[in-house]
Design a protein around this ligand. Structure first.
Ligand code: KIV
Ligand code: ZN
Length: 545
């Protein structure tokens, strides 16, 4: 590895997916993995294979589809390394090894907590027992895979002397990457950087391994801590698109990459990420996880390149660099263009999608083109933002157990009512009418009357994709399923211990009530996908037994 190259290890599909409600379907995970490959990340942590048979399958599919030859447009000759997380247990490592085995470059990432609070209260293990486990499990993982990463969980709060011993044990057992997680986001940049420097000085054999860092953002310092570590010799940074992840999230991929890029004069370090793909990756991840990006988010927020104050606008007109340290085009956020209209053909449509980074063909293209034509009838000028909303609405939806067929609402100061017709899993149409506190409430009640998947609506947001009265409206919802008994508000015990307790859905349409119905159905279909998948897995396990 070049001393001035930093590896970008993306954990959107693992730590990122652990954010409440961010659960993705296998198809969505694959799409994200392809995007990450096109972006040029070095390592994709594709999941936690031991979490469920579904997670294992998703990692394996990514290893096959992205890890053998990479994907077209990748800015590097080699495909990315595909990695699965595994606790320090043989069962976990077996599953991780199976999941990543198809990849040309496969990695097992195993971890055990090392801090006193975790050792005493969570693991109930002594220091010696932890060291023994590290040696045993890293050695076991090396039996499957040459590339093994080891993480001492909660390294930020681990005694330095014990951290030296833990890392030495991992190196001697054959780990080639040593990841230092600030699991609870407790570290300050100066002290975290110093920790990395001390590890380099005091751990025998550390020069044989790549030092990695994995910082959480509980105090808003994940990116700053990661950069401080790079200054002190870390050459892998673990990040997630839009900074999603457990609690306050992980270091944001786009911020780390752009900081190193814009301040190359200071760091002298490069990543191989194609920065012009950052905005597209951000939008895709936001869509498939339902995690809306705040408008003032650095690099990829809607306002990241907007200049409002008169004095700023005046400066910008005189010289762009007065108030801009990077051009929007550098991150793929070029000016909105009027691209297509009513008379544009399928070829021009597919071409523009390709330029925007969406390789759509076959059935997906047919469906997206039909939606485009309908939209072009209602909306004179169709922008890139409209296309992205439309295509992601069409492509990144879960399996449609229930689909919207028709919708009629009546609203005003009287009694808002909705009549909804759905196509059900049996292929037949089902109709219901309801009264609600407003048109969306009436629609959701009517949908519930047909689908019987009781759940609480935790969050409902609507935003317009572009400016103008004829703009597409995008609705995002988050719901939590209840106990099967609709009369209670209790969380369904089925999800009680699952990380998938909150489900999201999104829908886009020029009519926001239609978009609302689609978003709600998407969330319900996501719940059903999980319950149906679980049923299929237990049936398969039953017939195998
Ligand atoms: O935050 C953390 O410690 C982790 C480890 C599993 C690397 O996610
Ligand atoms: Zn983490």
């Amino acid at each position: 590895m070049q001393p001035d190259h930093v590896r970008i290890f993306d954990t959107t599909l693992r730590d990122g997916e652990q954010s409440p409600g961010a659960t993705m379907t296998s198809a969505e995970k694959l799409e994200v993995a392809k995007t990450l490959s096109r972006l040029g990340v070095d390592v994709i942590e594709a999941g936690f294979a031991a979490a469920s048979p579904d997670d294992l399958r998703a990692v394996k599919t990514i290893a096959e589809a992205v890890g053998v030859t990479g994907v077209e447009g990748r800015p590097a000759p080699e495909p990315p390394t595909i990695c699965s997380l595994a606790r320090a247990s043989k069962q976990d490592i077996d599953k991780a090894a199976e999941a990543v085995s198809p990849a040309k470059h496969a990695r097992i990432h195993t971890f055990i907590a090392t801090s006193p609070i975790h050792r005493e209260h969570k693991l109930r293990m002594t220091k010696d027992q932890v060291l023994e486990k590290i040696t045993e499990m890293v050695t076991y993982a090396r039996g499957f895979c040459e590339d093994v990463e080891f993480s001492p969980e909660d390294a930020g709060r681990t005694e330095m002397e014990f951290l030296y011993d833990a890392l030495q044990a991992a190196i001697e057992a054959g780990a080639s990457t040593l990841n230092i997680p600030d699991t609870v986001g407790y570290m300050m940049p100066g002290e975290f950087g110093e920790r990395i420097a001390m590890l380099r000085e005091n751990v025998p054999g550390i020069e044989r391994a790549v030092i990695s860092v994995h910082c959480h953002d509980d105090l808003g310092l994940a990116v700053a801590n990661s950069l401080a570590a790079v200054v002190n010799g870390a050459r892998q940074v673990e990040v997630a698109v839009n900074g999603i992840g457990e609690r306050a999230g992980n270091a944001s991929l786009e911020e780390v990459v752009m900081a190193l890029h814009v301040r190359h004069d200071l760091y002298g370090i490069r990543s191989q990420v194609d920065t012009t793909q950052l905005t597209r990756a951000s939008r895709l991840v936001s869509k498939v996880t339902g995690m809306v990006v705040q408008p003032n988010k650095a690099v990829v927020g809607a306002n990241a390149f907007a200049h409002e104050a008169g004095i700023h606008q005046d400066g910008m007109l005189k010289h762009e660099e007065t108030y801009e340290i990077m051009r929007p085009e550098m991150v793929g956020a070029g000016k909105t263009q009027l691209v297509l209209g009513k008379h544009s053909g399928r070829h021009a449509f597919a071409n523009r999608l390709g330029e925007l980074g969406y390789a759509v063909s076959g059935d997906g293209l047919d469906k997206a083109f039909a939606r485009f034509k309908k939209l072009a009838d209602k909306k004179k000028s169709i922008t890139d933002a409209d296309l992205v909303a439309l295509v992601s609405d069409e492509l990144y939806q879960p399996t449609e157990y229930w689909r919207l067929d028709a919708l009629q609402v009546g609203c005003g100061t009287g009694m808002p009512t909705a009549t909804v017709r759905l196509i059900g899993p049996d292929g037949n149409t089902h109709t219901a009418a309801e009264v609600g506190t407003g048109p969306v409430d009436a629609v959701y009640k009517a949908i519930q009357e047909l689908v019987h998947v009781p759940c609480s609506l935790l969050e409902y947001t609507v935003q317009s994709v572009t400016e103008g009265i004829d703009a597409l409206g995008e609705v995002s919802v988050r719901v939590a399923p209840h106990d099967d008994d609709a009369s209670t508000d209790k969380l369904n015990p089925q999800y009680e211990h699952s990380r998938a307790r909150v489900f999201h859905g999104h829908g886009a349409n020029t009519d926001v009530i239609v978009a609302s119905a689609k978003a709600y159905l998407a969330a319900i279909n996501r719940i059903l996908a999980l319950t149906e998948g679980k049923k299929a897995d237990s049936q398969a396990a039953g017939s195998a037994a």
